[in-house]
Ligand binder design. Structure first.
Ligand SMILES: Nc1ncnc2c1ncn2[C@@H]1O[C@H](COP(=O)(O)OP(=O)(O)OP(=O)(O)O)[C@@H](O)[C@H]1O
Ligand SMILES: C[C@@](O)(CCO)CC(=O)[O-]
Length: 313
């Protein structure tokens, strides 16, 4: 039986989420600890069928929640000149959905890769990002393009919307803890709420916050590449405070950030779209990171991961 597979992984935004939508820089890391696989086989029903954690059935009957997946399939098949393909598309994922780890972009990346592979067509990086970003407009409303890049790349990037992303080479002896509140985030909603704040008559205060986040990102790049863990930690915490003022946090995120800092983290912040989802904390070393992760679990974090920053050197 003909079969193809496409893969993508999660991403962690170290710093710059939300402000990146408005042209500020951001720094993000690939997160290969979480993965998505899309598998394509011929459909036994002479139709296009989908199987994933949210739904099993015909493409045409998919719930609105999966509109971005529907879009990515339609756009890919159109570009492949296969508008009436009879396929079964199965999505298996260890990226928690709606938690700021880029699950929507990763589903699109894996599915596009699998479809192009099924029809033995070359897929350039530009075309992949173009297709995924069309779907991300549905998922996020006004995507920066960061998630599409990061879920399909294996290296860290310094990213500014509509500019060629710059690879960065971290030099940091520290460990990042990633913790999931277990509560779904609301990226699209938070992106919309921030847009409303920026557009209101007294929105200049929020514009200034975006610029400040951009400055903190630039400083973070220096700290990340010059082994300045304490400096980076402070920059992360400052950014979290600005993201909170922008309305991107949630009670569960606040609880985990406060707990991480009280447990000795050098810094902590939400990551991704916010409104729930995941947070990150920076620890001096693995021992401290394990201690912080343990405390986060005790107060309710659903999952925690340790990310050795030296692995990126
Ligand atoms: N395993 C999956 N199977 C099918 N669709 C999925 C799966 N995981 C995620 N999705 C799609 O991605 C959507 C979640 O996207 P959303 O932007 O809210 O979260 P995220 O991408 O994880 O977070 P962020 O964009 O902040 O990093 C889901 O509503 C669904 O459409
Ligand atoms: C919140 C945001 O900055 C990151 C979501 O992972 C949105 C985007 O960049 O498209």
């Amino acid at each position: 039986m003909k079969k193809s597979e496409g893969y993508a992984h999660g991403k962690i935004i170290l710093i710059g989420e939300h402000a990146v939508v408005y042209g500020q820089p951001s720094i993000a890391l690939p997160f290969p600890a979480t993965q998505i696989r899309a598998t394509i086989t011929p459909s036994e029903m002479n139709n296009l069928t989908i199987e994933c954690m949210f739904y099993k059935g015909l493409l045409n009957d998919m719930p609105e929640l999966l509109d971005s997946l529907k879009k990515v399939i339609e756009v890919s098949l159109k570009r492949l000149n296969q508008p009436n393909a009879f396929l079964h598309i199965k999505i298996e994922s260890t990226i928690p959905a709606e938690r700021g780890m880029g699950s929507s972009a990763a589903v699109s990346v894996a599915t596009t890769r699998a479809l192009f592979d099924y029809y033995k067509q070359k897929l350039s990086r530009e075309e992949l990002l173009d297709i995924v970003n069309i779907a991300e407009i549905i998922a996020h409303g006004n995507p920066s393009g960061l998630d599409a890049l990061m879920t399909s790349s294996s290296q860290p990037y310094y990213f500014i919307k509509n500019q060629t992303p710059e690879l960065i080479q971290p030099n940091l002896d520290a460990v990042l803890i990633v913790a999931d509140t277990g509560v779904t985030g609301q990226t699209k909603k938070v992106v919309q709420q921030i847009a409303t704040k920026l557009n209101q008559t007294d929105g200049s205060h929020y514009q200034e916050m975006m610029t400040t986040i951009g400055e903190l990102v630039k400083k973070s790049r220096l700290a990340l590449t010059h082994n300045q863990a304490e400096e980076l930690g402070a920059l992360l915490t400052n950014t979290h405070s600005l993201l909170s003022q922008l309305g991107a946090t949630s009670p569960e995120l606040e609880q985990l950030v406060t707990c991480a800092l009280a447990s000795g983290a050098l810094g902590a912040k939400l990551t991704g779209g916010g409104g729930g989802g995941c947070m990150i904390a920076l620890a001096k070393n693995t021992t401290e990171a394990k201690h912080i992760a343990q405390n986060l679990t005790q107060i309710g974090a659903k999952s925690t991961w340790l990310y050795e920053m030296s692995d990126l050197s």
